[in-house]
Design a protein around this ligand. Sequence first.
Ligand code: 8DG
Ligand code: MG
Length: 137
Amino acid sequence: MTSKPISIPHKIIGVGVLWNAQQQILIDRRRPEGAMGGLWEFPGGKLEPGETVEECIKRELMEELGVEVEVGDRLITIEHDYSHLRVTLAVHHCHYLSGVPQPIECAEIRWVTLDEIEQYNFPAANVQIIAAIKDYK
Ligand SMILES: Nc1nc2c([nH]c(=O)n2[C@H]2C[C@H](O)[C@@H](COP(=O)(O)OP(=O)(O)OP(=O)(O)O)O2)c(=O)[nH]1
Ligand SMILES: [Mg+2]
């Protein structure tokens, strides 16, 4: 007997580590319903066909927060397997240009320092992102 291969969905996600002039980073809280509900994350979302990661991050931060950003250097790319989902998180530093961040597609947003970030619950893949930010500093 042969078993069917199990196909786990794979999403490529552009993720922005958005800095302000006070060396704080913007984090957002996912809505309570749905996958990873209520956890904090860095803003971002799925890469659309034909889009570069940089274009995706710029678009997602405008859609989710209403802010215009300059997408800077790549910080890290992480492959992570959740139980029913494989994600590639392509993480770039972003610099704030204009607009007041609003929680348009999330429950809540907050500017935090790297010391404060430890107090928030993130998805498992984010452990590596936070470690990379600390190394970079
Ligand atoms: N934006 C973002 N997503 C993250 C982080 N860490 C992490 O594991 N993810 C995962 C959670 C989601 O599965 C995926 C982000 O995809 P998304 O926000 O566009 O999509 P979603 O799952 O909320 O919903 P859908 O559009 O697929 O219906 O990446 C992070 O720091 N930021
Ligand atoms: Mg998103």
